[in-house]
Design a protein around this ligand. Structure first.
Ligand code: ADP
Length: 245
């Protein structure tokens, strides 16, 4: 089944479209790397995919439901780009933040043992046990990313949508972070990741989509590095070179 179906989607914040005529399918279990120059519409497309923005025309479906109506919020773990910047004031602890992932699963009342186990496992899984009682606002960017991933795991998300998760993270932590993503992906979680480092993303993703308002390429990472799509998209040419769907 397709986790994501984007059909001829156009969207603009004002008159000018920032995403135009984009169609792309992502099967369940894939690891999609979304690349393109600054301001090319990557974050916007990610928001359209998870239903945070509605297309001006075209359709987006998420697990076979219209993305904007998708009400199974716990299935989607979204880590926004500015998580490191915006959470400075976050007065809650790591454990409390991860617990928020359980809210959609909870009936009225107290946390169950299942909830507690799930929170503990998620925290262990991303390796932040020693930070559990620290305030999220006091953590480094990389540590915060892990908190948000843990929250998504606690919510048993089927799709992780990550917007440049390793910006400001050192090389070693970045490698560890990608290892974690691989493990989660191997377990069947679909991943959509915006990453500015082409070398990194083509190493890790199972497919690449290259965007500059329009979609320049969607397909195999090895094929992507051999085509002109990258240079064309980053050079500003509007010619569509490859499009698998
Ligand atoms: P990317 O993620 O590739 O850097 P974005 O999707 O963030 O690109 O932005 C695409 C374009 O839309 C840019 O020109 C940006 O300035 C504009 N944009 C993004 N968010 C908004 C917004 N909330 N309101 C108006 N314009 C926006």
């Amino acid at each position: 089944m397709a986790a994501i179906e984007v059909r001829d989607v156009t969207f603009g914040y004002g008159e000018q479209p920032v995403v135009e005529s984009v169609s792309l399918d992502v099967a369940e279990g894939e690891f999609l790397g979304l690349v393109g120059p600054n301001g090319s519409g990557k974050t916007t497309l990610l928001k359209l995919i998870i239903g945070l923005e509605a297309p001006d025309s075209g359709t987006v479906r998420l697990f076979d439901e219209p993305a904007v109506e998708f009400d199974d919020g716990e299935r989607i773990g979204y880590v926004p780009q500015d998580v490191a910047a915006t959470e400075d004031e976050m007065p809650i602890t790591v454990e409390e933040a991860v617990r928020m992932g359980r809210y959609p699963h909870r009936w009225v009342g107290r946390f169950t043992d299942d909830d507690r186990r799930s929170v503990r496992e998620a925290i262990e899984r991303v390796g932040i046990e020693d930070l559990a009682d620290r305030r999220v606002g006091r953590l480094s960017g990389g540590q915060r990313q892990r908190v948000f991933i843990a929250r998504a795991l606690a919510s048993e998300a089927d799709l992780l949508a990550l917007d440049e998760p390793t910006v400001g993270v050192d090389a070693e932590s970045r490698e560890a972070f990608y290892r974690l993503l691989h493990e989660l992906n191997d377990e069947g979680i679909t991943i959509v990741l915006i990453e500015h480092d082409i070398g990194v993303v083509t190493t890790h993703a199972s497919e690449i989509a290259c965007l500059n308002r329009r979609l320049y390429f969607h397909g195999d990472p090895e094929e992507f590095v051999e085509t002109d799509a990258l240079a064309d998209a980053y050079g500003g040419s509007q010619r569509v070179i490859h499009h698998d769907h």
